[in-house]
Design a protein around this ligand. Structure first.
Ligand SMILES: [Zn+2]
Length: 525
């Protein structure tokens, strides 16, 4: 087995109160190295009084030492510790790469450089593609489980439990009566708050040990497991933040439902009645207020004061207006939301998602993919390990909560944090498995994935479009020159792209960071 030597680099500036201390960063790095089996050989630190007075002697020493092959990996707590900005970061990373030293972060699996973001995005698309088209055996296995009433992972509904040996669902004798009280209550027209009060009065508590509230029942009326049916494969695809929306479900005709394999808590007739009642209530309750989606939120900075732009809409004389405005109140021009988004969408179409653009992305992703494949096995093992450990911890904490520990709030918080971390790790694992399972990337699939991404850009679903903006727009800077609004757009792209329709004033292409910068005049009217 190869011995991997690691260097730790930590940086702290005392004017930023929210940073982890040097020793906290170093401890996290030590743990990380131990987990991955690295030998920590060198430690470099920088402590700055202010961020501007930042000579970073330790950092420079580390870069110099990397030439001497003293270590194979540099580990930081977070990637933002490594360099002060992305362009700085790209050039130092190249130096490390030349010296055959790689950079890893304790908290993030991949850095946020444009090339990584795009590789991640493509891998995600491929993982989805494989899970739909190729991983039939896995799905078949899950389906077999469902048919036998065996737990497939995921949260167990309140009132049911999973037998640790058979993995089958069973009725939770200590809790199922609360579920019956809810269904009977709704059917009898009792308000939800009153139902919650009665359930609490009987001494029932939620899984986290809290009293029931109206919102505790959100998914109950929809849960087919209560009438004994195993509804499998019900989750919708992930939202813009990459999280699954646990409340949004596929339409019933797309779900796989296996009736009667779970012991029923609620008779079918009662379940159907309550389900219909709650649907009706949701349909009529509350008027839908249209929520504006700002596709560029977090991407725009002000060219004159450096603050972020934010989205703001208002109604006037029966019309709706929406703008991006400088949060620094420096007086720099605001820009019309719809016009700017339309322009940038068209720019993306002409650069990243042109035929040549997609070819370029394909070629570069292939290279990045081959690079990552070299280390993939050593990356997968620690992730699997951490997931297993998290699962054990979660079980332990839930048990403590169930036993009524006085620190139940603390433990409930720990459980939810651990679950979040677990979800993140699992999604990384899926992507890594894509890399590990195939020798080379399948070009045809890759192009399909990119075309699907283009369709997503052109779709009418705002959340879908926002996701594409999030991945492919690096940054937008708004400048005012001679009363003209000049937009500086940096797209994550591997080629220079076309001239665009927005009169580029000048164009420079930073091949080194695979980001293309286009300048164009913005016509307000
Ligand atoms: Zn400003």
């Amino acid at each position: 087995m190869n011995i991997i030597n690691a260097a730790a680099y930590a940086r702290y500036s005392s004017d930023n109160q929210r940073e982890e201390s040097l020793s906290a960063q170093l401890n996290a790095i030590k743990d990380y190295c131990q987990k991955k089996g690295y030998i920590l050989t060198n430690v470099y630190t920088d402590e700055a009084k202010t961020a501007t007075n930042d000579h970073r002697k330790g950092f420079q020493q580390m870069i110099t030492d990397s030439e001497l092959k003293l270590f194979n990996v540099v580990v930081v707590h977070k990637f933002d510790r490594f360099a002060r900005n992305r362009y700085d970061s790209a050039s130092y990373k190249r130096k490390l790469k030349i010296n055959k030293v790689r950079l890893e972060s304790v908290l993030e699996q991949l850095d946020d450089s444009p090339e990584s973001v795009i590789l991640e995005s493509v891998l995600e698309g491929m993982a989805e593609y494989y899970s739909k088209n190729l991983a039939r055996e896995v799905r078949k296995g899950l389906l077999e489980n469902a048919k036998a009433g065996i737990h497939n992972g995921g949260r167990t509904p309140y009132g049911l439990k999973v037998n640790p040996i058979t993995r089958k669902y069973e009725i939770d004798e200590t809790r199922y009566k609360a579920v019956q009280m809810y269904f009977n209550g709704v059917a009898a027209g009792i308000p939800l708050a009153e139902i919650a009060r009665r359930i609490n009065a009987e001494g029932f508590r939620t899984y986290t040990g809290d009293k029931f509230k109206v919102t505790s029942f959100d998914t109950w009326a929809n849960n087919r497991k209560y009438k004994g049916d195993y509804a499998w494969d019900v989750a919708t695809k992930k939202d813009a933040e990459g999280k699954r929306n646990s409340h949004a479900k596929k339409p019933i005709e797309e779900q796989t439902i296996i009736p009667g394999v779970i012991p029923a808590i609620i008779p079918t007739e009662l379940w159907e009645r309550v389900n219909a009642l709650m649907k009706e209530r949701q349909r009529t309750g509350g008027s839908m207020t249209a929520k504006e989606t700002y596709l560029l939120s977090g991407k725009i900075t002000c060219g004159s004061c450096g603050a972020n732009y934010f989205g703001e809409g208002y109604n006037s004389r029966g019309r709706h207006y929406a703008y991006y405005k400088c949060s620094g109140k420096c007086g720099n021009n605001g820009v019309d939301k719809y016009k700017l988004e339309k322009m940038i969408s068209e720019m993306l179409e002409k650069t990243c998602f042109s035929e040549e653009g997609m070819e370029e992305i394909k070629d570069n992703v292939k290279k990045l993919y081959a690079d990552r494949k070299k280390n993939i096995d050593s990356e997968i093992a620690p992730i699997k390990n951490e997931i297993r450990k998290l699962e054990l911890k979660i079980d332990n904490w839930l048990e403590l909560i169930g036993e009524g520990t006085p620190d139940k709030r603390l433990f409930a918080q720990k459980v939810s944090e651990a679950n979040e971390r677990k979800t993140l790790l699992e999604s990384q694992l899926t992507k890594m498995n894509v890399i590990a399972s195939s020798q080379t990337i399948d070009e045809a699939i890759l192009i399909k994935v990119l075309k699907a991404k283009k369709d997503q850009l052109l779709s009418s679903n705002e959340e879908d479009r926002k996701q594409v903006f999030k991945e492919y727009v690096d940054k937008v800077v708004i400048n005012t020159v001679n009363d003209q609004t000049i937009i500086e757009l940096c797209v994550r792209c591997f080629n220079g792209g076309g001239e665009g329709i927005c009169t580029p004033v000048s164009k420079s292409c930073h091949k080194s960071v695979y980001a293309c910068i286009l300048y164009f005049k913005f016509r307000q009217s």
